[in-house]
Design a binder for this molecule. Sequence first.
Ligand code: SF4
Ligand code: SF4
Length: 193
Amino acid sequence: MSIKEYFVSLFKGMYSLIKGMEVTGKELVTPKVTEQYPENRATLQIPDRFRATLQFIYDENGNHKCIGCRSCERACPNGTIHIDTRMVDLPNGKKKMKLDKYIYDLGSCTFCSLCVQSCPTSAIEFSNDFEQAVFRRESLVKQLNYLPEKDEPAPAVAQPNEAKSEAAPKTADAATVEGNSPETVKNDNQENQ
Ligand code: SF4
Ligand code: SF4
């Protein structure tokens, strides 16, 4: 390499370095245009149908609708769901299967939603809570029925005679609540005709 070629190569290298630093410097002071997570966590809009993790649907009284039928467990292609059930004695002498533990391994879930679609009671759904990162894989295994199970209510056996005697006063009560006795209602109807 001649001295001239050496200096040409040197200046080309320096020009290339300065050009690269110029681009880097510009990006350093330019506002971010990509998603600004986690700074925008409070205003972040995650679509309702985004599947982040499986969860039980609890009503306002803390009841869920899972009957422990294992349909979701059988539908899952990955063995992600494991269900433990137990038999309980009902006050009327019959037996009933109840859910004991509903174990869901988020780490092996492919979010195919076959479990949700196969559930006959619509007891499970996908939450869009996307912040599911953990430090240990074991932490991704969750028990979905986290609220304590409630006892079976004793069946109310209605006596036929009681049912009839309760029905009659209810009609009278309804008229009284409106502020009209049954007789008043009849007279009003006649006047309107
Ligand atoms: S979404 Fe699919 S992979 Fe995940 S638990 Fe349900 S059936 Fe299994
Ligand atoms: S979640 Fe639905 S399909 Fe799964 S065990 Fe409960 S009732 Fe059956």
